[in-house]
Ligand binder design. Structure first.
Ligand code: ADP
Ligand code: MG
Length: 346
């Protein structure tokens, strides 16, 4: 079979918080934060992924750790390209004679120009052909929803920069909504609440840690408690405060409300038959935000729909895009295709 000559086909989930690379026949081989560290003076790439993330807020003067994708859009073009090439190079060995096909999953908020740039980066990293898949579609496939059936499926993917709500039926997206309120906004809400209530200043990574460990979207289960360290705004000295999950519920209320609202609005715009299907089958949550304590209960409580968290929400998109490379022929219908301009040489 021609298969041996083909480089390892792969799927890339280019997320605002995390980038994952799925390799055909192997599964997820790369799972790292979407962060790069560059030396401002030389323009040199210092670190990518985990190594770069650990530098956030701790870098010496000429090294900056940046997140190339923010709020679901590409904030730094060059850095996005460098990061993408770095991650693909980790799994794509040039010694393979033929080049791989790459399915890239991008936030649905990015423009066509940005899509083209992402494709170009993948071509430069050695792809033979690049396909784009819409995030909610990949998330739904990865969560195991029967996207090809004539039944309504609702998926809510809560990532770092965006929350994508979509209703899928017969292999296509029927209604969808993307808002720029997701994980990062929850972190910012924690930060500003601590500033307002306790005059305590914490960094981005502390705010995220507080959210993932103490965060809560619904009053149920045991009250959790933890000590948080930050810098006192008045004295400038380190100070510790004790917080509970109930405090976090207050801190997170505004962005949580926006997320719940996005789901409500989408349900409102869903054709009645499909809404009926969702009522029976429930809403599926994917993305890291799905792990927020009590979010499923909160959404269930406010929409009256059954709500389930996908099995491995941080990897739903990568698994879904991965399924597309495993079953290319069967699933290529869900990919957004566009023939590459012929003028380029590789
Ligand atoms: P993206 O697709 O945008 O890269 P991900 O789906 O990887 O985003 O999710 C990343 C987000 O999920 C981050 O904002 C992170 O803080 C959040 N997250 C991860 N684990 C948890 C958790 N246990 N509780 C709440 N949020 C979480
Ligand atoms: Mg994502």
């Amino acid at each position: 079979m021609a298969n041996n000559l083909v480089g390892r086909d792969m799927a890339v989930d280019l997320g605002t918080a995390n980038t994952l690379v799925y390799v055909r026949g192997k599964g997820v081989l790369v799972d790292e934060p979407s962060v790069v560290a560059v030396n401002e003076k030389t323009g040199e790439l210092v670190a990518v992924g985990h190594d770069a993330k650990s530098m956030v807020g701790r870098t010496p003067e000429d090294i900056t750790a940046i997140r190339p994708l923010q709020d679901g859009v590409i904030a730094d073009f060059e850095a996005t390209e460098q990061m993408l090439r770095h991650f693909i190079a980790l799994v794509h060995r040039r010694r393979y004679l033929a080049k791989p096909r790459i399915v890239v999953c991008v936030p649905s908020g990015i423009t066509t120009v940005e899509q083209r740039a992402v494709k170009e980066a993948a071509y430069q990293a050695g792809a033979r052909r690049v396909y784009i898949i819409e995030e909610p579609m990949a998330a739904a496939i990865g969560a195991g929803l029967p996207v090809h059936q004539a039944t309504g499926n609702m998926v809510v993917d809560i990532g770092g920069g965006t929350t994508e709500v979509a209703v899928i039926s017969l292999g296509g997206i029927v209604t969808s909504l993307s808002i720029r309120t997701a994980g990062d906004e929850l972190d910012r809400a924690v930060g500003s609440w601590l500033k307002k209530e306790y005059a305590l200043l914490v960094g981005e990574s502390t705010a995220e840690l507080v959210k993932t460990t103490l965060g809560s979207a619904f009053a149920s289960g045991k009250l959790r408690e933890a000590d948080i360290r930050g810098r006192d705004l008045v004295s400038g000295l380190p100070r510790t405060v004790t917080l509970t999950s109930a405090d976090l519920r207050v801190a997170l209320e505004e962005p949580l409300h926006a997320i719940v609202d996005a789901v409500r609005v989408t349900l409102d715009q869903t054709p009645p038959e499909l809404a009926g299907d969702i009522m029976d089958r429930g809403i599926v949550l994917t993305g890291g935000g799905a792990l927020l304590h009590g979010l499923d209960e909160r959404l269930g409580h406010e929409t009256g729909m059954p709500v389930h968290v996908a099995e491995d929400p941080l990897r739903s998109v990568a698994h879904g895009a991965g399924r597309c490379v495993e079953e290319f022929e069967a699933l290529h219908q869900v990919l957004v295709t566009e023939r590459r301009r012929l003028a380029r040489t590789a």
